[in-house]
Design a protein around this ligand. Structure first.
Ligand SMILES: NC(=O)c1ccc[n+]([C@@H]2O[C@H](COP(=O)([O-])OP(=O)(O)OC[C@H]3O[C@@H](n4cnc5c(N)ncnc54)[C@H](OP(=O)(O)O)[C@@H]3O)[C@@H](O)[C@H]2O)c1
Length: 249
């Protein structure tokens, strides 16, 4: 048990850091960056459901079967994780306008790997190893909860604005112009990073910190790639707009 509690979340953390240079160099080929030379492809919607539902199942399984005393705090974390992944795996794919679009199977497998490790580490830690000191009224927990909810709202809102850019049947890209897009190209990615930073503050363990770092290591390079892509595609792309952190990056 000690081995798992100390080594695995820590290993996940360092693995996340090690991935940063690879993710800066290689832009994962899905969405606007899809390329057909990455082997077998499957439907984009099916790919999203397959890769994200793993997080839901693995996390819930290890959380619910674990012997640790479940506090109000751990149940709140469970509810937030489950709500996020029900949306991401079952609702979000149905809302996308990606008729006919494909995703490489390799990307789906990579994401399944990523989501299995993170779902396991977080579910197992909270379900099995969490000491009964996770208090929902601790100031750090409350600050984390506020961050999580703000991040989730920003993520959902900006994804909704992006999804509305396409009329039924369209699959191309337009410049998102208003609201949060005035400041950054990828407010949805910023929201997701804030969300999991909040979760890490609430949970206050290495598994959750590792997931927050992993998410940032994944989404900051992706947002930079999106930003470069917009500037290359649209000569009139707003010059003052940043990629992911307003006024900074
Ligand atoms: N936790 C993590 O590590 C992680 C990793 C990846 C993604 N995510 C989350 O999953 C969600 C989707 O990620 P993503 O990288 O696919 O986001 P994205 O590239 O911003 O795309 C989001 C959706 O909007 C469409 N879209 C984007 N820009 C558009 C534009 N300018 N005009 C018209 N339609 C546009 C995309 O269509 P296309 O698919 O056709 O491009 C896609 O359906 C985000 O909320 C992200 O935060 C989380």
């Amino acid at each position: 048990m000690n081995f798992i509690s100390i080594r695995w979340p820590g290993d996940g953390f360092f693995f996340a850091l090690a991935l940063i240079p690879i993710q800066i160099k290689i832009t994962a080929p899905y969405g606007r960056h899809t390329r057909s030379n990455w082997g077998l492809m499957i439907s984009n919607r099916l790919g999203w459901t397959l890769m994200e539902v793993v997080s839901l199942i693995v996390f819930a399984f290890f959380f619910l079967r674990g012997d640790a005393e479940k506090t109000t705090g751990s149940w709140i974390l469970f509810a937030l994780w489950v709500a996020h992944y029900i949306h991401r795996s079952l609702i979000f794919p149905l809302r996308t306008h990606t008729r006919g679009k494909k995703i490489p199977l390799f990307i789906v497998f990579s994401a399944v790997f990523f989501n299995t490790i993170n779902g396991f580490m977080n579910g197992f830690y909270l379900g099995e190893l969490q000491p009964p000191t996770l208090f929902a009224d601790h100031p750090r927990f409350i600050v984390g909860l506020v961050l999580f909810l703000l991040g989730a709202a920003l993520n959902l809102y900006s994804d909704t604005l992006l999804l509305r850019l396409r009329k039924p049947g369209e699959t191309g890209y337009k410049i998102p112009r208003n609201h949060v897009f005035r400041w950054v190209s990828c407010p949805n990615h910023l929201g997701e990073i804030i969300e999991w930073t909040g979760f890490a503050l609430m949970a206050w363990n290495l598994a959750a910190l590792s997931f927050a770092v992993w998410t940032a290591a994944n989404l900051i390079p992706r947002a930079l790639s999106h930003h470069r892509w917009y500037k290359a595609q649209f000569p009139d792309y707003p010059k003052e707009r940043k990629a992911v952190i307003p006024f900074v990056l």
